[in-house]
Design a protein around this ligand. Structure first.
Ligand SMILES: *Cc1c(COP(=O)(O)O)cnc(C)c1O
Length: 354
């Protein structure tokens, strides 16, 4: 840290992304990327759009917002795209929380919420998940701060029903409830259907997981016009050209190729169910996931040892040094071949551990 660094941020503990190794080739099951490439239509569109790179992208994102809106039966002014859902989440912190009231999230969830809270100086209140890692809906009752919920939840993969989300929305009519649906397309229910009825609901989604565009950096918010307007106020005060031209074109093409999208999601879900059954039959406990990853506890090894042993065998998964989930590793759902390699490696490791 230089002597010039803002002293009020000296305690900042930045978000630590999963590794993106550049040298050795691993089977990468650590950052919840999609094992399948983007739709062929996306690739064609990007090639065409590249000729226009000398021009700025449309700062209002009209065509992209229209394409996304059409998918959720919303108007284009009920959508705002950004440079990854991380950016739109950061905008939501600025737009909808204050230094006084802060934010609320669960104790185990997407780690970035606490980092933004620190960066923007928002106090954080954490509601503990229940023993079985499900969300304690009543735990939010009576709380008066902006709520950030990941659904399915990050690091558990467990989904909350729309009924439960509606309970939270109804008991916090004067507060924004942000539902971060990064993994919703892998079998959970989107709260987008509730937008017309709740002016306090902001739904956030990403192209990074279910639409195979993590490298394109594209996420979006869905909500009533006034909320999208507020987010636009932040966006145009920060970076009006936050979505680059290639990504904007890719985002439209990916939304339009619904058949490809659906078939990739179905494949990931089928692989997830098969892998969970195989790991269970080896004695592992697997949390019930509606995401493209699952939390796995090995019966013979602690989480860190299992993570390291897989790594030695060329398979990268994620291990979190957090007491409640340290016994688990988080495994992204890859292709069928990648998961077969994971299961073979697990069997091999367990033989050695006995
Ligand atoms: C991956 C993820 C994000 C970030 O998505 P990007 O669009 O790649 O920035 C946000 N929230 C959750 C819960 C995630 O898992």
């Amino acid at each position: 840290m230089s002597k010039f660094f803002n002293p009020s941020l000296s305690g900042l503990a930045p978000y630590v992304p999963g590794e993106q190794p550049q040298e050795r080739k691993y089977i990468k099951l650590n950052t919840n990327e999609n094992p399948y490439p983007p739709s062929p239509q996306v690739l064609e569109t990007i090639a065409r759009e590249a000729e226009r790179l000398r021009l700025y992208p449309d700062p209002s994102g009209t065509c992209l917002h229209r394409a996304i809106g059409a998918h959720y039966a919303l108007e284009e002014d009920q959508v705002l795209a950004a440079n990854g859902s991380d950016e739109i989440l950061a905008f939501s912190f600025l737009a909808f929380s204050t230094v006084e009231s802060g934010i609320i999230c669960t104790d185990i969830t997407y780690g970035f919420y606490a980092v933004w809270a620190e960066l923007f100086e928002r106090p954080v209140k954490r509601i503990p998940l229940k023993e079985d890692f499900t969300i304690d809906v009543n735990g939010f009752c009576g709380e008066e701060a902006t709520i950030f919920l990941a659904n399915p939840n990050a690091q558990t993969g467990i989904a909350l029903s729309l009924f439960d989300i509606e309970q939270i929305l109804q008991s916090h009519r004067d507060r924004i409830v942000v539902v971060d649906e990064a993994y919703v397309d892998f079998g959970a229910e989107s709260a987008a259907a509730l937008i017309d009825r709740y002016d306090n609901l902001l739904v956030i989604q990403t192209y990074s997981k279910s639409r195979s565009l993590a490298g394109g950096r594209l996420g979006f918010a869905l909500g009533q016009r006034e909320l999208i307007d507020d987010l636009n106020r932040i966006k145009f005060s920060f970076n009006p050209y936050n979505v680059n031209r290639l990504t904007m074109a890719a985002g439209i093409a990916a939304m339009e190729d619904d058949h490809y999208f659906q078939s990739c999601c179905e494949r990931v879900i089928a692989t997830r169910e098969r892998t969970a059954a195989s790991l269970s039959s080896l004695g592992c406990s697997v949390l019930p996931s509606h995401a493209n990853f699952m939390m796995v506890k090995n019966p013979s090894l602690d989480g860190e040892t299992y993570y390291r042993a897989l790594r030695e065998r060329g398979i990268l998964v994620r291990w979190f040094n957090e007491p409640r989930i340290a016994a688990y590793v988080r495994i992204t759902i890859g292709s069928n071949d990648e998961m077969a390699a994971l299961i073979a490696a697990t069997e091999d490791i367990m033989k050695g551990a006995r």
